[in-house]
Write a protein that binds this ligand. Structure first.
Ligand code: F0G
Length: 401
């Protein structure tokens, strides 16, 4: 019913093979025999979840699951008004079991590891992938090994990886170094690699597109805005919308719009320069540690998604990210980590630049929960006032400016 195929040379691989990239070096996609898939809107009634769309997922055993997906799509009218748009939605992926969208990829990826008989799972991570892998590894009863850039992982994410029993290694280097090392480790030791270069991870993440269309009454938004780090999610969501269109469930695919932090923006540079490939950045830096990546492994797929869909890519500064995070929090009650807020910051910038039309229906993906990175919150919000335990002191403090 499906196979793996190189996006460059189109060489095909059986789904039984443990393989992450083509022998030519190209990225792989999971390709289905769509003529065998017959889904109507009627078949897709009922509550949202990743496994509701099982007919479009490459798994034949019982899933390793913690009830992932089914995240809310909020209308954010106050944010929309402040930016000057009419219809803005936020798909809050921070509401997944471990607090990020990675769970959609891990429920599929870890299940695939079991299906293939793999004994250990591994990844490099800026934090969220490692938290999710630790949790789904524990759920599956399979050991997990995670490689993290030393000193650059938010505490909430590290806490998850540690408590759920992963072997946590702090690498003296950045994420790109850690990814290179874990790929080598997996090749040598036969561990199953669960970074987004693994096409099965992306299959799980494409359900973000399915849910957004489902939640909008089987319609795609005009534009999808999201943060880009290793560039897996933008390609996964694009694939999801394209599949829905091919199956006749929606009429159009949104303009895929990727946002990167100014200090880590190789995809934006390639889009601006109309380059066929990115130029890796050796020293990526941003407060949004989740997307502190200089050499995104899925960049070729991401450039294609952006160009084919008529989308774009833009940078935002750390200051713009922080103010968007605060806006989401106090204007809408939506708590997200810094990387996630870059989608709203980018939306505002692109509207100001006149790139996004005021009539567009826009969905922004907020990829991770506020609680992931509480030390950042303490560095940008005022400290609580410490006062005496008397009613006079409380009343004085309540009315103080
Ligand atoms: N937002 C958050 C909160 C993330 O954790 C990530 C990636 C992204 C956005 C970017 O997604 O890589 O698919 O373009 N985090 C990875 C990790 C790299 O290791 O947790 P992407």
């Amino acid at each position: 019913m499906y196979h793996l195929e190189c996006i460059q040379c189109h060489k095909k691989y059986s789904a039984k093979e443990v393989i992450y990239t083509c022998t030519c070096g190209g990225l792989l996609d999971v390709i289905y025999d769509y003529s065998q898939i017959n889904i109507t809107k009627n078949d897709l009634k009922g509550p949202l979840s990743v496994w509701k769309y099982r007919a479009l997922l490459p798994i034949s055993i019982d899933p390793v699951s913690l009830k992932e997906g089914g995240t809310p799509l909020y209308r954010v009218d106050r944010i929309a008004k402040s930016i000057g748009l009419k219809d803005v939605y936020v798909k809050h992926e921070g509401m997944n079991p471990t607090g990020s969208f990675k769970d959609r990829g891990m429920t599929v990826g870890v299940t695939k590891a079991i299906e293939l008989g793999m004994k250990t799972v591994a990844c490099a991570s800026t934090g969220n992938t490692s938290a999710s892998l630790a949790v789904y590894g524990a759920r599956a009863g399979v050991p997990a090994v995670v490689l993290l850039p030393s000193g650059k992982v938010a505490l909430g994410k590290l806490a998850q990886a540690l408590m759920h029993g992963a072997k946590v290694l702090s690498i003296r280097g950045n994420f790109d170094d850690a990814l290179k090392l874990v790929r080598d480790l997996c090749d040598r030791e036969g561990f199953y690699l669960l970074n987004s270069v693994n096409p099965y991870r992306l299959e799980g993440q494409k359900t973000i597109a399915f849910e957004i269309a489902d939640q909008l009454g089987w319609k795609a938004p005009d534009r999808l805005v999201l943060p880009v780090g290793n560039a897996g999610n933008i390609t996964a969501i694009y694939k999801g919308f394209k599949e829905l269109k091919n199956l006749g469930l929606i009429d159009s695919v949104p303009k895929m719009t990727g946002i990167q932090a100014q200090g880590a923006s190789p995809v934006v540079t390639a889009i601006r320069n109309n380059s066929a490939a990115i130029t890796p950045e050796g020293h990526p830096e941003t407060i949004a540690t989740a997307i502190r990546i200089g050499n995104p492994v899925n960049s070729i797929k991401a450039l294609k998604a952006i160009r084919e869909s008529g989308g774009t890519a833009e940078t935002v500064t750390d200051e713009e990210i922080i103010s968007a995070q605060q806006e989401l929090a106090y204007l809408e009650g939506i708590g997200v980590e810094p990387a996630s807020a870059s989608s709203i910051a980018g939306l505002r910038k692109l509207v100001n630049l006149g790139v996004i039309d005021k009539d567009e229906i826009v969905a922004c993906v907020t990829t991770g929960h506020l609680l992931k990175d509480s030390e950042h919150v303490l560095s940008v919000c005022p400290r609580p006032m410490e006062i005496d335990a008397t009613i006079e002191a409380v009343r004085k403090a309540v009315f103080s400016k």
